[in-house]
Design a protein around this ligand. Structure first.
Ligand code: SF4
Length: 397
């Protein structure tokens, strides 16, 4: 059986002004304790699953994984190899912030099996990077890309952010052009979300920074697609663009609602009809493992209605959408049987369409994707429960 594997490294050099990811200051963290704990979790999970699972994708994310030494990351990856089958062609990604990489570290990671690097570029303007509270300048991005290429990485992603307070459409065009000049195989272009209570939210509320008007944010979204598609990238997910053959395999596992195991504090897993999330606090996470327990903070058994809803709203993130035949094979039910009336309504509104047996977002549906997705959460569209789940009506259409 195949499974995706995610490793969460919950440490960063500093906290960015918009961050609500689980990350703690690396300087004061017990990173050695973290490495031991995550190795324990991997070993125990590997032993608990009877058949040796084959990896379908591996992703080391954070936080900033590259605040750990390359030797520490290599030790964790060696533990993964001992307990999972690591196929030769496995796509194995590590996220890196530009100011935390060097040639020798990248070479070591390459030797330990990492073959894809995802660099947090975010913007080409140092003034906007400062607004975000990032610890790098654009020159660091150039240096990191150069080092990654020298170290032999032929699959490189750049993360970009639009909608930064003070950013203009012209700035965004320049960021896209600067990213393209670095010749990445993949670009992830996200719209900035500002969590309440973050440094950036406080500064905006005080009027210290100008918010990007909604129409301009929409223009940025459209510009991203125009520019990157024209440059030969395939727009394969709402925020993700790839050269042909370079779609991120691990993220495809998420969007296709397939199984993955997550290791490390705050890591999420989807396995055997369950989702669970690990303890966020690295000390609590390590203590529970040391006590012989699983470090799980929340666990949910997924009923069939939930699994179908997740398959819909995750799959609709992909530009190709959700395959009717794949859905039927997986759940033994036609899309129409489960979501018929709702799908018709969204089609009438011009938000969903059919293409080659796939149901997908229209051009008009793309910028309001979250509104479409809400319709599939909690079984809201289910006209009837599948026969195996009782046959009674569960929600309005
Ligand atoms: S690098 Fe990422 S995870 Fe770390 S503080 Fe910044 S936004 Fe948060």
């Amino acid at each position: 059986m195949k499974v995706g594997l995610y490793l969460h490294v919950p440490f960063c050099r500093r906290k960015c002004a918009y961050c609500d990811f689980v990350s703690y200051p690396a300087a004061t963290a017990d990173t050695a304790g973290y490495v031991r704990a995550v190795q324990t979790e991997i070993t125990r999970r590997g032993e608990a699953v009877r058949d040796r699972l084959t990896l379908a994708g591996l992703y080391v994310g954070g936080g900033t994984p590259t605040v750990l030494t390359a030797d520490a990351l290599a030790a964790i990856l060696a533990t993964v190899r001992r307990h999972f089958h690591w196929p030769e062609n496995l796509e194995a990604t590590v996220e890196a912030n530009p100011e935390t990489v060097c040639l020798s570290g990248l070479e070591k990671l390459r030797r330990s099996g990492i073959n894809r690097i995802s660099i947090g570029m975010q913007a080409a303007q140092d003034s906007l990077l400062a607004v975000l509270g990032r610890g790098h300048r654009f020159a660091d991005v150039r240096a990191a890309v150069r080092a990654a290429r020298r170290a032999g990485y032929t699959n490189l992603n750049l993360d970009l952010i639009s909608g930064i307070p003070g950013q203009t459409l012209r700035d965004w065009r320049r960021t896209l052009a600067a990213a393209l000049a670095l010749e990445p195989e993949h670009i992830a272009a996200y719209s900035l979300e500002i969590p309440p209570g973050s440094v950036l939210a406080v500064r905006l509320a005080r009027g210290e920074l100008p918010a990007v008007p909604e129409e301009e944010a929409y223009e940025m979204f459209q510009t991203t697609r125009e520019v990157l598609v024209k440059a030969g990238f395939e727009h394969y997910e709402i925020a993700n663009f790839a050269r042909p053959g370079y779609a991120c395999r691990h993220n495809l596992i998420y969007w296709m609602n397939e199984p993955y195991l997550g290791f490390g504090p705050a890591a999420h897993s989807h396995w055997n009809g369950c989702r669970w999330a690990n303890e966020k606090d690295p000390a609590v996470y390590a203590a529970r493992l040391a006590a012989g327990e699983w470090p799980v903070a929340e666990r949910e058994e997924l009923d069939l209605v939930t699994q179908m809803g997740e398959t819909m709203f995750l799959g609709l993130r992909l530009r190709r959408g959700v395959g009717r035949e794949q859905f039927r094979r997986r759940f033994g039910l036609d899309l129409e049987t489960v979501y018929g009336a709702g799908i018709s309504r969204l089609k009438e509104q011009g938000l969903l369409e059919e293409q080659d047996g796939y149901l997908r977002l229209t051009e008009r549906g793309l910028p309001v994707a979250n509104v479409v997705f809400e319709n599939f959460v909690g079984g809201a569209f289910c006209v009837s429960k599948p026969p195996s789940a009782g046959g009674a009506a569960v929600g309005a259409t």
